[in-house]
Design a protein around this ligand. Structure first.
Ligand SMILES: NC(=O)c1ccc[n+]([C@@H]2O[C@H](COP(=O)([O-])OP(=O)(O)OC[C@H]3O[C@@H](n4cnc5c(N)ncnc54)[C@H](OP(=O)(O)O)[C@@H]3O)[C@@H](O)[C@H]2O)c1
Length: 164
């Protein structure tokens, strides 16, 4: 319905930021999985982002310069992944995989697709002690405003590449 509304009113979408995520389950272990938590995490962190991206992709392509940003986390990096946070880390790894697939499928359309880690940010999820929200958001704004020859299918924090 949101995509239909944007299509009717504007005919295109310049930027889509998939930011919503839940269940930073640091106290949990994969071998004692709470399947309700795992399923809910995937619904929001992966399937939500996926469905919204699919619904809006034609509108992102319509302007010829669309930017699709997945707010991910280094917690989803396979390179540094260890024990714990099973719902969060595996769902963010899947979001990163989706970033690669969508970037490849949209290559040539003018739409750039990237995954961004905002760092540890002092939000409700991050809690006190993290960096200010504006600092975490800056890397997301960077990805949302890339020039046409900017990167696609990448994983970044503060505009610098992160290992997958
Ligand atoms: N904070 C950190 O240190 C940190 C580190 C790395 C990555 N990240 C990533 O940064 C992004 C933002 O996180 P945050 O720290 O701002 O988390 P947050 O404080 O918990 O906020 C999460 C936001 O997502 C929304 N949301 C959750 N489920 C939703 C759903 N099904 N549909 C629509 N909106 C939904 C929430 O809306 P309501 O308030 O209405 O529920 C809330 O506005 C996430 O992708 C997170 O994984 C955060």
């Amino acid at each position: 319905r949101a995509a239909d509304d944007v299509r009717r009113r504007f005919g295109r979408l310049d930027v889509l930021i998939n930011n919503a995520a839940i269940h930073y389950d640091t106290g949990s272990r994969a071998l004692q999985a709470d399947w309700t938590v795992i399923r809910k995490a995937f619904e929001t962190n992966v399937f939500g982002a996926w469905r919204v991206a699919a619904a809006f992709a034609p509108l992102l392509g319509a302007g010829g310069h669309g930017r699709l940003v997945h707010v991910s986390s280094e917690g989803g990096s396979l390179a540094s992944m260890g024990a714990g946070a099973p719902a969060y880390s595996t769902s963010k790894a899947t979001l990163n995989a989706l970033t690669r697939v969508l970037a490849a499928e949209l290559r040539g359309s003018g739409v750039l697709v990237n995954a961004i880690c905002p760092g540890w940010v002092a939000t409700d999820m991050g809690g006190p002690g993290g960096r200010p929200v504006a600092q975490g958001a800056a890397g997301i704004v960077w990805a949302a405003t890339l020039p046409d020859d900017g990167p696609t299918g990448g994983f970044f924090r503060d505009g610098k590449g992160l290992p997958w």
